[in-house]
Write a protein that binds this ligand. Structure first.
Ligand SMILES: *Cc1c(COP(=O)(O)O)cnc(C)c1O
Length: 340
């Protein structure tokens, strides 16, 4: 099967692998870790996951390094974040050790699907948790299933590393002001599908959402965090309705190392007039340079990139991220978990 995968041309899509790893929370405790060869799950038709949106997930990646070793990037941070998501929608938090163990196991057992060094591809790890208990009245479940599935994905910048355009659209909010935006849950994605499709149909790669309360400040950028470079500073929105991106945290470290100040604060729409670079960051998007931001409601176009090329800071961010993840540069922050 290995020979059938065209590593250089993988999409960001689902490719079957050998197995997934599962664990069930029942009678007040997590059971044994099980390896499953099934791609489906058999659950009660009244499960809370299906009726009341008790579903959450994570997304992280494993890379084959220059030295042939496999590295998982920032596993600990994802282990912490998934617990916050669980608490947010009254699901059972997964112990950090269990999360680590199951992610490592899923990668090891599917080692042959970790794309070769140099292909630009990686192994995407998608942990997910669902509420199993049948409920008709609105109430949280008391049984949960946690699954770690993996799938090889191609490089995000398929057509090469280049700018894309995004848009501001006030017709939709992704989340409510004190709602679920800070948690990685399926419901937030359901709420963003219609606006995302509209943006794509108009030729934009994502919607730059505004804060849902005042519609004054920049918020989340589709399924990624937004950042910009302004007066030589790294600026990124601070908001209760944004998912705290681990990629964003990594870029903030890079920015400091590169001598920039980092500001996590409210950013008004007008400030886009004076930024020299902007990008969308996340595990899937890496950090994706933005050329132009069009406000669909006012017709105003914010031209971020004057020469049409990704800016030097974003280009350096991507270089550093890729180098650390592939073991080409020392992992001074201890971000990689090397699979032995
Ligand atoms: C996952 C996600 C991100 C990116 O987070 P990373 O930890 O960098 O992958 C940003 N925004 C939303 C809404 C997300 O779900």
């Amino acid at each position: 099967m290995d020979n059938e995968i065209d590593w250089g041309n993988l999409p960001f899509g689902y490719v079957p692998t050998d197995c997934n790893v599962r664990c069930t929370f029942r009678d007040g405790k997590w059971g044994p870790v099980e390896v499953s060869h099934s791609e489906t799950i058999n659950i009660h038709m009244a499960a809370t996951a299906l009726h009341y949106g008790q579903e959450l997930f994570e997304g992280l990646k494993a890379f084959r390094g220059a030295d042939g070793k496999i590295r998982i990037f920032r596993l600990e941070e994802n282990a912490k974040r998934i617990r916050e998501s669980a608490k947010g929608i009254l699901m059972e938090p997964i112990p950090e050790d269990l999360f680590r163990e199951m992610c490592i196991k899923a990668v090891k057992l599917n080692e042959r699907f970790v794309p070769p060094y140099g292909s630009g591809a990686s192994l995407y790890i998608r942990p997910l948790e669902i509420g199993l208990s049948p409920r008709i009245g609105v109430k949280e479940a008391d049984e949960y299933l946690f699954i770690v599935m993996v799938t090889p994905v191609g490089p995000y910048f398929k057509g090469g590393f280049k700018n894309t355009n995004i848009c501001i659209m006030r017709e939709y909010d992704r989340v409510a002001p004190r709602g679920t935006g800070r948690w990685k849950i399926g419901g937030n994605y359901a709420a963003s599908l219609a606006s995302g499709k509209k943006a794509h149909d108009l030729g934009y790669s994502a919607v730059l959402f505004l804060d849902p309360k005042e519609k004054k400040y920049l918020d989340e950028c589709g399924p990624a965090n937004f950042y910009a470079i302004k007066d030589g500073k790294y600026i990124t929105p601070k908001s209760d309705s944004i998912l705290p991106s681990i990629t964003n945290l990594s870029l903030q470290e890079f920015a400091k190392e590169m001598g920039m100040e980092v500001e996590c604060r409210h950013i008004t729409v007008d400030e886009l007039e004076d930024v020299s670079e902007a990008g969308a960051c996340g595990t899937a998007a890496v950090c994706s340079p933005i050329g132009e931001i069009d406000d669909l409601d006012t017709g105003h176009k914010y031209i971020i990139s004057r020469d049409g090329k990704p800016g030097p800071v974003t280009t350096e961010f991507v270089r550093r991220l890729e180098a650390i993840r592939h073991g080409e540069e020392p992992d001074t922050h201890g971000w990689n978990t090397i699979i032995e």
